[in-house]
Design a protein around this ligand. Structure first.
Ligand code: ADP
Ligand code: MG
Length: 713
């Protein structure tokens, strides 16, 4: 294989480097297999594998994504719609259990001295056997008001004694895959913690634990699953966030060590073409864009290869910087590559650069697009152009990396919105001969000092201003009672020719999270707006389906796009002027900010409506941060301050991120500590040969192996 770009790609790079490290590196832990855990059969095992869980070590590190708090039950009169609450009541109504079409419906009415609540269960006929008229239970669920009557759908049922035992504890909620219940995960975790002492072993030497004021690993892992209190949770979280940063940074240092010193294999000189392009743009580059461009220009002509992170908020104009670097590279007679996280984005980048080339007659540029969904014959044709060197400005998705593309003289690799790849772009292998220049573009708001720790040896450039003359997005934070008004607004905008995003937290309905989902919302909106075209987009669709939908939206054939957060990644649809985010309380503020960045990219006044399913004061206060600020840094900071243990973790998709607990945008203090600790360790005992580092070595081996599995597709 002689694919230079593949060598620049983290999965490949790591796989190779890790193999090298592991080859001579101590024995592994011997963890229990999932099948040895009581209650896990082949079916459950397969489901867990889907979540990236393969042994007890993975299992106990499958942290909850939030917790449920069991507070004192409320009186009927105290219940309000849109909250999740417990209610102590006596069954006063008849328990009716009947079939209705495909469903089996059980209903009854429960009351206390202040009022009644109507309860409904679907497809749970056994419930009728539990509920006896006159008996008392505690019911817990989401409260709604239907036709003026308080209702709970599918509430949990607890006897008063059992509820007392649960009160004021935090019950873990896990990100699930269909067919796997929270209970199964919780029980398996408990079993693993009891029966496999290796799985959660303390691996840090005692001095490091003491110096950093950390909690013991075993206790921390136990507490993150089953916290006794909010403080218990916080202490555990601190330790585990430290772990994640520490291992990551140490791993990076080890890999870098294996990488050696580098010189600039593709020296360049400044060219006029870039100046001309800047002159001919329909806008003036901001001061910030110019200074970042000049830094990059200097890198490309320096003695060492560029390895630079360009950081800038959504909409700050990172793409043009990438184009300028590519142009300079091509004008110097080399090839350059721009990698996008999605096909749609790749295509959009390609069309933009092609337009710039045509309009400005830039002869040195010969752009091509290469994506996974192209026909085999098309791909082959493009590959030929790349091999011969006649294509020099190559744009594509990382699917492009996985295939054996041969380059003539690849000098620059740019990765756009890399945080979506889950791991950081890393430099090429020395065994490859030549090392291309590397640029990474990211919208993750992380302060420069922390970025320096996190991104190790990458230089950092920050675009810290937005282009002037852009209309600020108008943001509103509302509760569900505004749904009708929001829909009317959407209709009005659509009639004026604008397009709309509707974002839901889930793909389809689930018993575990009572919130909006793409499938049901799309159906509802289609019914409501028979004259508008509604499309859907989510991560479980096939890549071609996703592309087709996104292209339809881009072309204006879809008026309303109902989607999960997959739209978060950098596509530019200037005609989209409204974003309605349903169940907004389910997302982190930083993510909501990224989502909002999808609108307000054109000439139209744009709007973002954050609709919360909870109208508690805390939730609204948190969401209001978005109304008050449009600065990604400020938002990330406030987000951290305002979150409680219940939602500190947020609903997250499993397995696609490097960190499951730690968050670079919020855990600055811990990141700093972990960075310093890793640096000191890498200096004192880089190969981890001292006896007190033996367990750490084993743990690092597990870490490399676990993450290799995560990134290699
Ligand atoms: P991001 O940093 O999120 O990737 P883009 O590069 O996609 O942002 O830029 C967003 C939009 O702003 C694009 O339509 C781009 O053409 C435009 N743009 C970039 N720089 C400027 C500028 N200096 N003045 C006005 N518009 C700009
Ligand atoms: Mg972008």
């Amino acid at each position: 294989m002689n694919n230079q770009i593949e060598s620049a790609y983290p999965a490949y790079y790591r796989q190779k480097a890790v193999k090298r490290l592991l080859f001579f590196w101590r024995t592994a832990w011997d963890f229990m297999k999932l099948s040895e855990i009581k209650g896990i059969g082949p079916k459950t095992e397969a489901l867990m594998n889907k979540l990236g869980i393969f042994d007890t070590a993975d299992l106990i590190r499958y942290y909850p994504c939030s917790y449920e708090e069991y507070a004192s039950p409320k009186k009927a009169a105290e219940l309000t719609a849109g909250t999740r609450n417990s209610f102590r009541g006596t069954i006063t109504g008849n328990v009716s259990s009947r079939r209705a079409g495909r469903y089996h419906i059980t209903t009854t009415v429960v009351s206390d001295s202040t009022g009644s609540v109507r309860l409904t269960w679907f497809n749970a006929p056994y419930i009728a056997g539990i509920l006896k008229k006159g008996s008392q239970f505690i019911f817990r669920g989401n409260v709604r008001i239907k036709n003026g009557v308080l209702c709970m759908d599918h509430p949990e049922i607890h006897t008063p004694e059992k509820y007392d035992a649960l009160m004021n504890t935090l019950i873990p909620v896990y990100g699930l895959t269909k067919g796997l219940s929270r209970n199964t995960i919780a029980k398996s975790v408990q079993y693993a913690l009891q029966s496999d002492p290796q799985a959660a072993n303390e691996y840090l030497p005692e001095t490091l634990i003491r110096l950093n004021g950390l909690r013991d690993e075993t206790a921390a892992i136990r507490a993150i699953h089953f916290p006794k209190s909010a403080d218990d949770f916080k202490e555990a979280r601190r330790r585990l966030a430290f772990d994640e940063f520490f291992k990551f940074i140490l791993a990076m240092r080890m890999l870098k060590e294996a990488d050696g010193d580098r010189k600039n294999d593709f020296p360049m000189h400044a060219v006029w073409d870039t100046e001309e392009l800047i002159e001919s743009l329909p806008y003036k580059l901001t001061r910030s864009q110019l200074s970042v461009w000049h830094e990059a220009e200097k890198d490309l002509s320096s003695e060492h290869p560029m390895s630079r992170l360009v950081q800038g908020d959504v909409g700050s104009g990172k793409t043009i910087i990438a184009f300028l670097c590519m142009l300079m590279t091509c004008a110097n007679g080399y090839q350059s590559v721009l990698l996008a996280p999605t096909e749609v984005l790749a295509k959009q980048h390609f069309e933009k650069i092609e337009k710039l080339r045509a309009e400005n007659k830039i002869d040195v540029l010969n752009p091509v697009l290469l994506t996974g969904s192209m026909k085999a014959s098309e791909k082959n044709a493009v590959r030929d152009l790349i091999r011969s060197g006649s294509a020099n400005c190559i744009i594509g998705t990382h699917a492009l990396l996985m295939q054996s593309v041969e380059y003539q003289n690849l000098a620059l690799v740019i990765t756009d919105e890399q945080h979506r790849f889950g791991v950081r772009q890393r430099n090429a292998l020395r065994e490859r001969g030549t090392v291309p220049h590397m640029m990474v573009m990211s919208a993750t708001p992380i302060p420069r000092t922390l970025g320096m720790i996190y991104y190790g040896d990458l230089d950092i450039s920050v675009i810290d201003e937005l282009p002037a003359k852009r209309l600020p997005i108008k943001s509103a934070v509302v509760d569900e009672s505004w749904m009708d008004k929001a829909c009317e607004f959407i209709e009005k905008q659509a009639e004026e020719g604008r397009q709309v995003y509707v974002i839901c937290p889930m793909i389809e309905s689930s018993e575990d999270f009572d919130t909006y989902n793409v499938t049901d919302e799309a159906e509802r909106l289609t019914k409501r707006f028979p004259n508008l075209t509604v499309g859907t987009l989510h991560g479980r669709m096939k890549p071609d389906e996703k592309n087709a939908v996104m292209e339809d939206f881009l072309a204006g054939n879809v008026d309303i796009l109902v989607s999960t957060t997959v739209v978060e990644v950098g596509v530019d649809v200037p005609n989209a002027s409204v974003m309605l985010i349903l169940g907004a309380e389910r997302f982190g503020l930083a993510q909501l900010h990224q989502l909002r960045g999808r609108v307000g990219r054109g000439e139209y006044q744009s709007y973002c409506i954050f609709m919360s399913g909870m109208n508690s004061k805390d939730t609204l206060e948190r969401l209001n941060v978005l109304k008050e600020s449009s600065d990604g840094f400020v938002i990330a900071e406030k987000d951290f301050l305002l979150r409680g243990p219940g939602d500190l973790l947020g609903v997250r998709q499993s397995g696609d991120a490097m960190f499951s607990i730690a968050d670079v945008t919020r855990d600055g203090e811990i990141l700093k500590l972990a960075g310093e600790t890793a640096a000191a360790l890498a200096k004192d005992d880089p190969a981890l040969i001292l006896p007190e580092h033996e367990l750490l070595g084993k743990e690092m081996r597990r870490y490399f192996e676990a993450n290799e599995r995560k990134i290699v597709l």
